[in-house]
Design a protein around this ligand. Structure first.
Ligand code: ADP
Ligand code: MG
Length: 706
C-alpha cells in the first residue's frame, strides 16, 4: 500500500504544477530540457549556496547564459523552501531597464513555469501593471521599483530583489543601488542580487562593500571581426548592402543589424525586402525581415523568436531571419540562431547640457564595450562573423565604456522622487558615480521654480502632490494646477496624449493624404490643442474601425492614451483634485487650457526674434526651429514647447502659442528680469521690459485715479 502511495506521489509531482496546482501542459518538460542546457544551470547549486550565505551577491555572465530567465526562478525555489510561514508574502522582484524586456522576459518565464502571465509571474511597467495578489515573481522596470519605494520605503513586499542589467547603469538603477544599500541595513531578511553582462565587477564589489562575485562562463564561440577600409558615408545604405551580400554568399545563419530607432529600422526593413524582391532569376533563399524597437506591439516583438523560413524547394538556398534592432538586442534580449552581426557603430543616446538645460536623444558613437557586446551576439550557437561598418582606427578611438546615464541626464525628476523618499541631503547621497555639481544645482533650481521645493530645499505640499504622478515634474505641475484654470479634464487628455507614442501615421506611399488628414485635426494655436482634438475625435469615433484608417491615426496609441488618462484621473481623484471643464462655447475654453499648460512649462518658452528670423529660448538663449511636424500656419511671437530635439539642427517639438502677459502673470518669479543673465540683447528681453514698464504705469495710473 505504502509503495503505491509513494509512486502516486512521485507521479503527481511530475504532472502537477506546484505553483498553481494545475497539471503541467505538454510543452513544460520540453522547455525544461532546453533550460537545463543554459550555462547558469551548471552553477545552480553554487549560486543558491552563495545566496544563502550572503545578503548581497554579484553575478556576472555573458548575454544569453540564462541570467534573466533562470536566476529569478532559482531564487524563487530557494525562497519558497526557506519560508516556513506560507501565509506570508515572499515576492521576488527582478528589475529591467527597458519596458520591452520586462514584458518579453516575464512572458517567457511564465511559459517556462507553465503559469498564466499576470498570475504567479507578472510584470509592471509605467501605466501597465500585469500582476496580481498571486504574483510571486515580478519583472518590473527599475523606474517602477523606485516608484514602489515611495509607498513602501523598505520594499517589504519583497524577499529578494534582483537588479538586472546593472552594466547598463541607467539612472533609475544607479539610484536603486544607493537606496537598496540603505534598505538592506534596515532589513536583514532582504537579499539583493546584482546581475551584469560585463565585468565592471571591481567597481560593483567596491561599492557593495566586497559582496562576493560569481561568474558564469558563457559558451561563446569565436567571432571573426571585419572592419571597413574606409569610413562609410551612409551607414544605413552600407548596412543594407552588407545584409544582401551575406544572404547571397554566406552559409546559413541568421543576421542581426543594429540601427538607432524606429524610423530608420522601418526604412531598412522596407529597403531590404525590396532588394530581395528585385533579384530577378537569381536563386535566393527566402528571408523573414523583422524589426525590433520599443514601441512595437507585443505580438510583433514575439516574432524575433520565430525560426528562419525553410528553403522554398528542398535543397534550395537556405532561408534566413534578419532582425533589424535598436540596442535592445545588445544585452536585454537574446535571439537564438544569430550568426552574423552588422554593427554601424551608433546608438541613440541621452545627452544633457546643464548650462542650457537641454536634454536630448542624439545618435552618437557607441563605446568599445557596446561594440564588443554586439559582436558577441554572433557567437552564441556557433562560430560567427561581425561586420563593423567603421574602420579599425575608429574602433580604437571609441570610449572604453558608455558613460552612466546619471552623467548624461536632467535629474529634476529623479530628485523629486528622492525627496519624496525622504532623502534630504542629495549632495551626499551615496551614488556609485555622483552627478556633475552643475546638473545637481540645476535640478534643485528647477524644482524650486516649479514650487516643489522651498528655498531651503524642503519638499513643499505641492511637491508632495506632484511626486504622486509618474510624470515629469513639469507635466505633473500642469495637472496639479489645472483645476485652478478650470480645465483639468482637458489637461488630463493632453497629458495622456503626450505620454504615449506619436499617434499620427505617415506611410511613405501616402504622405500627402496623411498630412491632409492631420491638418483636419489641426488647431491654429498649436500642437497640444491638436492632440486634444484628436483625442476628442477618438472618443466619438472609436467604435468605427475605418475611422483610424481614414484619418491616419494609430489605434493602439490612442487606446493606450485612453488607458493612461484613466490612470491619471484615478490619481487626481485620490488627491482630491477636481475634474472640471470650461464651457466649450466660452471664449476662454482654449485660453484656460493654454494657461494651465504654461503653468507647468514656463521654463520651456521660446520667442520669435523678428529681425534675426529665428526662435530663441528665453533665458537659455538657444537658437531653435519649429519641428517640421508642427501644425502652426504662422510663427507666433511666443510659444512654449514640450521637447527639445537635437538632430542636424536644434528643434522644438510640440509647440503651442501663448501671450507674453500670461508669462509674467503665471511665472513672475521665473521671468523676474533681475534674475536674467546680464548683458543680453534678445528681443524677448526688450519685449518683456516694455511689458513690465507698461504694467508699472498702469498700476500708478489706476492708483492716482482712485
Ligand atoms: P541572459 O539574461 O543571461 O542574457 P536570458 O535568460 O535572457 O539570458 O536568455 C536565456 C535563453 O532564453 C536564451 O537562449 C533566449 O533565447 C531564451 N529566451 C528568452 N526569451 C525567450 C522567448 N520569449 N522565446 C524563446 N526563447 C527565449
Ligand atoms: Mg538578461
Amino acid at each position: 500500500v505504502v509503495d503505491e502511495r509513494v509512486t502516486a506521489k512521485v507521479k503527481t509531482s511530475t504532472i502537477i504544477n506546484p505553483w498553481n496546482g494545475r497539471p503541467y501542459s505538454q510543452g513544460f518538460h520540453e522547455i525544461l530540457e532546453k533550460r537545463k542546457t543554459l550555462p547558469v544551470w551548471h552553477q545552480k547549486h553554487e549560486f543558491l549556496k552563495a545566496l544563502k550565505e550572503n545578503q548581497t551577491l554579484i553575478l556576472v555572465g555573458d548575454t544569453g547564459s540564462g541570467k534573466t530567465t533562470q536566476i529569478p526562478q532559482f531564487v524563487l525555489e530557494a525562497v519558497e523552501l526557506e519560508s516556513c510561514d506560507r501565509t506570508k508574502k515572499y515576492m521576488v522582484g527582478c528589475t529591467q531597464p527597458r519596458r520591452m524586456a520586462a514584458m518579453s522576459v516575464s512572458r517567457r518565464v511564465a511559459e517556462e513555469m507553465d503559469v498564466a502571465i499576470g498570475e504567479e509571474v507578472g510584470y509592471s511597467i509605467r501605466f501597465e501593471d500585469v500582476s496580481s495578489t498571486k504574483t510571486v515573481l515580478k519583472y518590473l522596470t527599475d523606474g517602477m521599483l523606485l516608484r514602489e519605494a515611495m509607498t513602501d520605503p523598505l520594499l517589504e513586499r519583497y524577499k529578494v530583489i534582483i537588479l538586472d542589467e546593472a552594466h547598463e547603469r541607467t539612472l533609475a538603477t544607479d539610484v536603486l543601488f544607493g537606496l537598496l544599500k540603505e534598505v538592506l541595513k534596515n532589513r536583514s531578511d532582504l537579499k539583493l542580487v546584482v546581475m551584469s553582462a560585463t565585468l565592471e565587477a571591481e567597481k560593483f564589489q567596491g561599492y557593495f562593500s566586497g559582496a562576493p562575485l560569481m561568474e558564469v562562463p558563457g559558451r561563446l564561440h569565436p567571432v571573426d571581426i571585419f572592419y571597413t577600409q574606409e569610413p562609410e558615408r551612409d551607414y544605413l545604405e552600407a548596412a543594407i548592402r552588407t545584409v544582401v551580400q551575406i544572404h547571397l554568399s554566406e552559409p546559413p545563419g541568421d543576421i542581426l543589424v543594429f540601427l538607432t530607432g524606429e524610423e530608420e529600422i522601418e526604412d531598412a526593413c522596407r529597403k531590404i525586402t525590396k532588394e530581395f524582391g528585385n533579384m530577378g532569376d537569381r536563386p535566393v533563399g527566402p528571408v523573414k525581415v523583422i524589426p525590433l524597437y520599443s514601441t512595437l506591439p507585443p505580438a510583433m516583438q514575439q516574432k524575433i523568436f520565430e525560426p528562419a523560413p525553410p528553403p522554398v524547394t528542398e535543397g534550395g538556398p537556405p532561408g534566413r531571419k534578419i532582425v533589424i534592432s535598436t540596442n535592445i538586442a545588445e544585452t536585454s534580449l537574446t535571439i537564438d540562431g544569430i550568426v552574423y552581426v552588422i554593427d554601424p557603430g551608433f546608438a541613440k543616446q541621452k545627452l544633457y547640457n546643464p548650462r542650457v538645460r537641454v536634454e536630448s536623444l542624439l545618435v552618437s558613437p557607441i563605446s568599445k564595450a557596446s561594440a564588443n557586446q554586439r559582436s558577441g551576439r554572433a557567437g552564441r550557437t556557433q562560430p560567427g562573423k561581425c561586420f563593423r561598418l567603421y574602420t579599425e582606427t575608429s574602433y580604437n578611438d571609441l570610449e572604453p565604456q558608455t558613460r552612466p546615464e546619471i552623467e548624461r541626464s536632467n535629474l529634476t525628476n529623479t530628485f523629486l522622487t528622492l525627496k519624496k523618499l525622504g532623502i534630504d541631503d542629495l549632495v551626499h547621497f551615496d551614488f556609485m558615480d555622483p552627478p556633475a555639481p552643475e546638473t545637481l544645482m540645476r535640478a534643485l533650481e528647477e524644482l524650486n521654480y516649479l514650487g516643489a521645493l522651498d528655498d531651503e530645499g524642503n519638499l513643499t505640499k505641492l511637491g508632495e502632490i506632484m511626486s504622486e504622478f509618474p510624470l515629469d515634474p513639469q507635466m505633473a505641475k500642469m495637472l496639479v494646477v489645472s483645476p485652478e484654470f478650470n480645465c483639468s479634464n482637458e489637461i488630463l487628455s493632453v497629458s495622456a496624449m503626450l505620454s504615449v507614442p506619436n499617434c499620427f501615421v505617415r506611410p511613405r506611399e501616402a504622405q500627402k493624404a496623411a498630412d491632409e488628414a492631420k491638418a483636419r485635426f489641426g488647431h491654429i494655436d498649436g500642437d497640444h490643442l491638436t492632440l486634444l482634438n484628436v483625442y476628442h475625435a477618438y472618443k466619438q469615433n472609436n467604435e468605427d474601425p475605418s475611422w483610424y484608417y481614414d484619418n491616419f491615426v494609430n489605434h493602439r496609441a490612442l487606446k493606450s492614451a485612453d488607458n493612461v488618462r484613466q490612470q491619471l484621473a484615478r490619481i487626481m481623484a485620490r488627491l482630491n483634485l477636481k475634474l472640471v471643464s470650461t464651457d466649450f462655447n466660452s471664449r476662454d475654453y482654449y485660453i484656460n487650457i493654454r494657461k494651465a499648460m504654461l503653468a507647468g512649462y514656463f521654463m520651456q518658452v521660446a520667442h520669435w526674434e523678428r529681425t534675426k528670423g529665428h526662435y530663441l529660448t528665453v533665458k537659455d538663449n538657444q537658437v531653435v526651429h519649429l519641428h517640421p511636424s508642427n501644425c502652426l500656419d504662422h510663427k507666433p511671437e511666443w510659444v512654449f514647447y514640450n521637447e527639445f530635439v537635437l538632430t542636424t539642427r536644434k528643434f522644438i517639438r510640440t509647440v503651442t502659442c501663448i501671450r507674453s502677459e500670461w508669462i509674467v502673470d503665471i511665472a513672475p518669479h521665473y521671468y523676474d528680469l533681475e534674475n536674467f543673465p546680464s548683458c543680453e540683447d534678445s528681443e524677448a528681453i526688450r519685449v518683456l521690459k516694455k511689458l513690465y514698464r507698461k504694467r508699472e504705469k498702469d498700476k500708478v495710473e489706476s492708483k492716482s485715479r482712485r
